[in-house]
Design a protein around this ligand. Structure first.
Ligand code: OFO
Length: 183
């Protein structure tokens, strides 16, 4: 008996998005390493935490596919794109990445609607809300760098931006709060 409640195209699309979230996590991880190498520890901390959020999104897709009786396919993920060239460039890249992810999420919503797969449609609403929040956050980052001077931001403006970013609230905890009990 086939207990898979996902259509074959839906299973493939959910798997593709699951792997995409993993790719996003790697991109944030690599940007975090770049920021640390440039001396921006606060920005790096923020990007590392965001990487963890993306990994949590990957797990959300993975668990959902399993819950619906589907088959999970963990694929190789492409290398993260090139390092940012500046904090301004980093925040612009983050914004573009989130917008392109929103477009992928919307495609999944439309697909579930067209199939009348209301369980998946309902599941995807969480991601619609999450992407709205993430785009708002990315717009705030662009505003912050704009106020700091954009491409021409001074060292002292970047210094204070870095301090603020290190303590900024995020769904994932601050790295300095991590313990062996709560990794
Ligand atoms: Fe950046 O968010 Fe996942 O989905």
């Amino acid at each position: 008996m086939n207990a898979n409640r996902l259509s074959a195209p839906m299973q493939a699309a959910l798997n593709a998005q699951m792997n995409k979230e993993n790719h996003q996590a790697q991109i944030y991880l690599s940007y975090g390493c770049w920021a640390d190498g440039e001396g921006f520890e606060g920005i790096s901390n923020f990007l590392f935490r965001h990487s963890k959020e993306e990994r949590d999104h990957m797990m959300k897709f993975l668990e959902y596919i399993l819950k619906r009786g589907g088959k999970v396919t963990v694929s190789a993920i492409p290398e993260p794109s090139a390092d940012p060239t500046s904090v301004n460039d980093c925040f612009e890249k983050v914004f573009k990445q989130e917008v392109s992810n929103t477009e992928l999420i919307y495609k999944l919503v439309k697909m579930s609607f067209d199939e009348g797969d209301w369980a998946t449609w309902n599941f995807m609403q969480w991601f619609v809300r999450e992407q709205t929040e993430e785009e708002t956050l990315a717009i705030e980052l662009l505003d912050m760098i704009k106020v700091a001077g954009g491409k021409e931001a001074s060292h002292s403006a970047l210094f204070s931006l870095d301090r603020q970013m290190g303590v900024r609230a995020d769904d994932a905890g601050l790295a300095q709060d991590v313990t062996t009990d709560h990794p």
